[in-house]
Write a protein that binds this ligand. Structure first.
Ligand code: CTP
Ligand code: MG
Length: 258
């Protein structure tokens, strides 16, 4: 439980410290198929984004949630979130996002007030992350890790290939990394705020931009650590993921009055 608002620095008086969660939710969800922007698609009758906001607000460490909305939908998202009851401790900001996830995260970071010292970046597309996973990430950051990612071992073996020119064409295998050394990373990823801002200011990523914030911090030469992720923190990417998410939610509602 992390409801304290101050902690002892290595020297001198207690340093005020505050954790915010930034939720990039500005993507279109092309892989999910036609329809509303992915974050606004319903899960158990409620937009996925609302599940994600509540998942962050459920952590007693989080006192601010910044939602990065589709650029043309910020007002709609604001109205939607005004209807949501959040704990007393939780402030909410909505800002417009950008063309890439990296730009959207940057927009969220730019909106953080001065007093925020630690930041979680959490995909709206991971609406069902359990609070224990959020707290484990926060705890590792508060223990001094500059960058923390929740991750799980892989079920499938992974091959590196030479990507084919056209979809569906056979691809030459270049190698097979040892599966036991691989982890599939999830969110929320947790950071010392200054470290993540420095990464966003100095690391340029071409094309679609960075899809992984921790990867940018690695490029600074800063150590990133992995903590255990959770099966239910999976990302809703393709239509089948929605089926799974509905099933997980139905089970929660049946068993723990969720
Ligand atoms: N995201 C964002 N801004 C973008 C692109 C993505 O805020 N320009 C967010 C998405 O809303 C999502 C998270 O980043 O919560 C992870 O991205 P992804 O799962 O790839 O979502 P989309 O980009 O929306 O989906 P797709 O790639 O299938 O279009
Ligand atoms: Mg995407």
């Amino acid at each position: 439980m992390y409801d304290e608002t101050r902690h002892e620095g290595p020297a001198g008086p207690p340093r005020p410290h505050r954790t915010a969660a930034v939720i990039p939710a500005a993507g279109r969800g092309v892989r999910l198929g036609p329809g509303a922007p992915k974050a606004l698609r319903a899960l158990g009758g409620i937009p996925m984004l609302i599940h994600a906001v509540r998942a962050m607000a459920r952590s007693r460490a989080v006192s601010l949630v910044v939602v990065v909305a589709p650029p043309d939908g910020a007002a709609e998202v604001r109205n939607l979130l005004d209807e949501v009851s959040l704990p007393e401790r939780t402030d909410l900001l909505v800002v417009p996002g950008g063309e890439t996830r990296q730009e959207s995260v940057r927009a969220g970071l730019d909106a953080l007030p001065e007093d925020v010292t630690a930041v979680l970046i959490h995909d709206a597309a991971r609406p069902l992350v359990p609070v224990d996973t959020v707290d484990a990430v926060v705890e590792a950051v508060r223990d001094g890790a500059p960058a923390v990612v929740p991750a799980l071992p892989l079920a499938d073996t992974v091959k590196e290939v030479e990507p084919a020119g056209r979809p569906g064409e056979p691809e030459a295998v270049l190698g097979t990394p040892e599966r036991s050394r691989l982890r599939a990373v999830q969110t929320p990823q947790g950071f010392d705020r200054k470290t993540l801002v420095r990464a966003h200011e100095t690391i340029a990523v071409n094309g679609e931009g960075a899809t992984d914030d921790a990867g940018m911090v690695e490029k600074l030469g800063v150590t990133v650590v992995v903590v255990p992720g959770h099966e239910e923190a999976f990302k809703v990417t393709r239509p089948l993921d929605l089926v799974l998410a509905e099933a997980v939610l139905a089970r929660r509602r049946a068993t723990d009055a969720y």
